[in-house]
Design a binder for this molecule. Structure first.
Ligand code: NAP
Length: 261
């Protein structure tokens, strides 16, 4: 039976890479986006070309109504959810020193980057538990749902000019542990992927800064990460290759997380 995946923020960057890779696995992929319909439809077309099935759903993950509609429309179209990839996220509009940064930026970042995934995971997890309970009769004995959250090296790296972003990403680490602990009894594994510096629209404005840092040896693997690097980790989980791991962090960062002397 075909697996069904929701990828939030699947229209661009890392989410796009993940959605395309899941399409190549012949999954049915929901490509969620906030406003960029053209980009989302391009991803859906590429998934279908690769032999999968795609569905673009516009939904702002920071709102209750949109999260509900995202899940309802997924179930109406595909009947099941095997994989949730919490990927959508934003950078602060302005990088501001923590001594000056305002509440508006904080609320926006927390709502999209932390509250959104937290409550979307709750909603999807309930559907997965329900599906498990219904005796996997119609889903097959290999119904092995999983949840992945894309956090960041900012979960543990202090950037004093984007504290709100770091706090949100750090919170996703605890969120992963909470859901992993709660859902293990239902056979639902929960993972956190921490990307390093990845070449996307988000990092476009700071490209020169990171080019220099990477050239100077910031990361042991001396190159920018690509969306495909993150997608490969997601594919390993989607294929069930980490069955005895939950609450697990996968660092996909060129070795950035290591302390070196
Ligand atoms: P990106 O290129 O800016 O793409 C962001 C995606 O999220 C877009 O598809 C966008 O949709 C969607 N999105 C934004 N706000 C949304 C909302 N409220 N509801 C639903 N979708 C929303 O970003 P990226 O670099 O691929 O980053 C993806 C994730 O990886 C983020 O969580 C980011 O924090 C994390 N990350 C990125 C890096 C990096 O170096 N790039 C490193 C570590 C972690 P539209 O196309 O409609 O705007």
């Amino acid at each position: 039976m075909q697996q069904v995946a929701i990828v939030t923020g699947g229209s661009r960057g890392i989410g796009r890479g993940i959605a395309l890779a899941l399409g190549e696995l012949r999954c049915n992929v929901v490509v969620n986006y906030a406003s960029n319909a053209a980009a989302a439809h391009e991803v859906v077309a590429a998934i279908e070309k690769a032999g999968g099935k795609g569905l673009a759903i516009k939904a702002d993950i920071s709102t209750t109504e949109d999260r509900k509609r995202l899940v309802d429309e997924t179930l109406a179209n595909f009947g099941r959810i095997d994989l949730l990839v919490n990927n959508a996220g934003v950078a602060p509009n302005v990088r501001a020193d923590i001594l000056d940064a305002g509440e508006e930026s904080f609320d926006r970042l927390i709502n999209i980057n932390l509250k959104g995934p937290y409550f979307l995971t709750q909603r999807v997890a309930k559907e997965m538990v329900k599906a498990k309970g219904s005796g996997a009769k119609n889903l097959g004995p290999d119904y092995r749902p999983a949840i992945i959250t894309i956090s960041s090296i900012s979960a543990y790296t202090a950037s004093v000019n984007r504290g709100d972003y770091c706090i949100a990403k750090s919170g996703l680490g605890m969120m992963t542990q909470l859901y992993a602990a709660r859902l293990a009894e239902y056979g639902i594994n929960v993972y956190e992927i921490r990307p390093g510096i990845i070449e996307t629209d988000m990092t476009g404005p700071v490209k020169a800064k990171y080019d220099k840092l990477i050239a100077e040896g910031l990361t042991p693997i001396q190159r920018w990460g690509q969306p495909e690097d993150i997608a490969k980790a997601v594919v390993a989980i989607a294929r069930g290759l980490l069955p005895f791991s939950t609450g697990e962090v996968l660092n996909v960062d060129g070795g950035f997380h290591m302390r070196r002397l």
